[in-house]
Write a new protein. Sequence first.
Length: 340
Amino acid sequence: MICLGLESTCDESAAALVDDHGKILSSVVKSQVSSHARFGGVVPEVASRLHLAYLVPALREALLRAEVKLTDIDLIAVSHTPGLVGGLLVGTTLAKTLAWQLDKPWLGVDHLLGHMLAPGLETDMKYPCIGGVFSGGHCNIYLGKSALQWSLLARSRDDAPGESFDKIASLLELGYPGGPAIQKFSMSGDSKSYELPSPVPASLAGDFSFSGLKTAVLYLVKGQGSRKALCREKWPDLAASFQRRVAQSLAKHLCEYAMTHGVGHIYVGGGVAANSELRHEVQEQALKIGVNAVFPSIPLCMDNAAMIAWAGVQQYKETPQSFPLNIDVCARSTMGMEPR
Ligand code: KG4
Ligand code: ZN
């Protein structure tokens, strides 16, 4: 079986072809970053228009690279939730049109399920597990019982970690996207310079909040009351301390959940999973408690369509039915929110 995956939830227009064993036949990602960078973040209307321009060329390129014809496709999977509605509509309309034209089944996939199952494109995922999606829009920790059964354990009540990286990068005049910029800038800083507040609650019961951490960084940079603004030479130390605090806190929480639920595997996905400090911290803390922690390779952490196709394959294996053509897109994910 060959599954076409389409991804257009945020600022990447992507198409990929994946077989039913999870082999990636081709994966094309057309990034819109350069168009949004001057605004310091993603502009939804610009993103929708660029998806219109980029998605079909991404599909053509994916077919060419895999040497596959449109008529060879057996299944079409598209991320139809969560994300920016304009982008979701572009991807979902393309998926429905292809399904109707080719008379093939189509499925809507939750983008977060795509991130959670991305490690499965490179390794056999084991269940039960703890899964973390840390991206520009989400900070969710799940208990995974099987590929399609996830329960939401924790989420952020305000920013996602990627969003905080982007905002702190903007404050430090590092440009957009902020995550890779902070990672690079931090290399010349001392991550032990500042003890910043943690974004995770003291107990596993509460929600995440990145406001205190962001405000602490803001006050240090701009000064507050009688305290003077930090000189620019200290900014790399501050960036490194911020990055370390996020990495340590998320790693601690993932490991605490793994211990509480008695599971032996942690999987992490989403753009922030590309962060080297987070990868190092999670591996180190997981090793101490005898838990296996797995991150996808960097391109599979970022938004891509291979993870959507792979999630689609697994959904279709479980329920081999096409979605009706009147299924709509949805800006918010409800994955794992069923009563536990
Ligand atoms: O998963 P993703 O590509 O898109 C969403 O679904 O949101 O994540 C994008 C986010 C951005 O906020 C970006 O700054 C962050 O991931 N990011 C990183 C790194 N690379 C990307 N954050 C920290 N360190 C990185 N190396
Ligand atoms: Zn994403």
